[in-house]
Design a protein around this ligand. Sequence first.
Ligand code: GLC
Length: 682
Amino acid sequence: MKKLLILLLMCMTLIPASGKESQERWHHNKYSMFIHFGLYSELGGVWEGKPITRGYSEQIQSFAGIFSDWYGDTALRFNPTLFHADSIVALAKKAGMRSIIFTTKHHDGFCMFKTATTDYNSYDATPGKRDFVKELAEACKRGGINFGMYFSLIDWHFPQAYPISSHNCDFITPQHHEFTKQQVTELLTNYGPISELWFDMGSNTPQQSQELYELVHKLQPDCMVSGRLGNDRYDFAVMADNAYPEGALQTAWQSAASMFNETWSYRSWQERGDVHTKAMEKLRSLINVVSHGGNFLLNIGPKGDGSVVPFEKEVLTEIGAWLEKNGEAIYDTDASPFREQYEWGAITRKENTLYLILSGKYPLHGEIILNTPGFKLKEAKGNYTHISQKKGNLHITVPQTAYNNTDIEVLSLDMDVTTPIAATHEYVPNYSYSCFDYYSNYRSTVSYEWEIPNRNTQLELTYTPQEIGKELVITNPTGNEQRITLDGAKASPLKVNPKTKWGKRYLCGPGSSLFDAPSTINISLDKTPVRNGQWKETNEEKMMFPANILETYFVMQEVESPVAQDVLVDVGAGNGIEVYLNGRSVMKHLNPYRCKFREEKVLLHLQKGLNQIVLRLYNRFEKETGYLLRPSDKQIVYKQRYTYTVSEEDKKQPAIKLQIKQNNLPTQHTDTELHNLTVRIK
Ligand code: GLC
């Protein structure tokens, strides 16, 4: 019997966890250490005696304009005798971090591992003959924490790659792609299990991304791939540097943060300030990320001699002490089950326990009011003076002492879960993250959800000519899946009020290189949305004009509407488009890869009085871009009835949560483009 058990245990360790399991494990890690360490650490942000203030210090070669042979000579003196992998692992563990992600190769192309692909590596080119990847991989194994790898998809040293550019998001030549594959193969073959491969920068074609994604999974099925591989081939999405999404996402995701936004690698002249303030700032970021279901990756930049900067060590230790006490509210938790954002702090959840983390501002009269549909309070623990639940609202009074400057407190509430979690009666969007590359990524709307009673229910779908022929899938947690084709059978004209007045149209740009942007904007003619631009009046409904890559333009149009009404509008843009109505984003998506121009329709719900329509046009790949903005010729929508038939399983639920999306989208992160669809219970 004992033998059988041992055999069984042995087998279990040999069987690789399924993709889903590794995803779960990764998701529950929550907090990890990022390390930027390479030749640039030796320079510490200084070239020829001068601090290089432009750009990140790990990119000093490009920002200081250093010849490649001179930069490469740094290797001759790069001898980090104080780099002790075991002490770094010990620090990560003390800090409460569950894995370490190390820069195996940054943009400079210098490999921090022994490789057969180039002698531009730490083993062959430095006096110490060291393989830092090996040292860390082994130390992580000894210390029992995960090891992951950062890998730059651009390479300033490989002769057949694109030369240094201002944006680091260059295309990848076929030879460079092959070179990357060889290096990735070495990395995933020689260093044991790798928890994540953190690809960065460059701009792969969809095929290149696909090939690398498959290669990683062929070599190590459980290795999680970062979203910066591009083209939605990923296991976890990565936000832009030091950025946080506006809410929870329906995908695994991570925010990477540096100690100071200005650099990732060591910078000798960095003003660091006070340890406690920094620790609290980063702890708040960790809480914010985790309460939205993400993982937090906090970076350190060791010095050229390999030692960790004492300031960074102290910050990590302070956060670690907080986690030691309150880790229950962070590790293995899920996002808050509620969509609201709170000024008083944030919520995380583990099964039937809600953790209220008091990381925000002291609430008015010390009272936190929390709408908790589906949750009934059983027991509360923590620093509160009074708690009660009335009609689904929790009222918690906390003393001023719960918000002191030196600590962040946690209340834990044990709850009974009564109805489906986070029940919503409205038709609300669910988000994922979709990307071509570092600049061209955004929070995509992948489905909508709402709740219906647990019986056959008639739904009315309203949509525009653009949606005709699309197939929709409706799913629910019981597995009941139904499909509807939008047949356009019943037209219903929109009666646009003839007194509706389209005002002047203005164009402004070029601006920001990022496609992602907040979902609300504040635009006016006396304030331009880009740094050096001016609003220019334009009479054209449609226009194409020359543009550089990675440029954004804005079009603004005012519409005076005598009544609140729906109007169908034709819009168009190049590689990506966002439409705002009265300051709020109503539609946003990247267009298919390398699509020069795309026209589409958007149904706008105008308010009575003055309305403002804004288009944000995004150019990633082309030499010209353009816009289209005009009321559609045919003002028409379609209405279609559909009876949602419940299954036996559905009938057992108190209510049914439905999700709707377009069928057969290229990836699970692709925007469902159903912004014109509304679904009502009849
Ligand atoms: C950016 C930078 C790079 C840095 C990385 C970390 O992509 O180009 O220098 O390593 O962000 O998130």
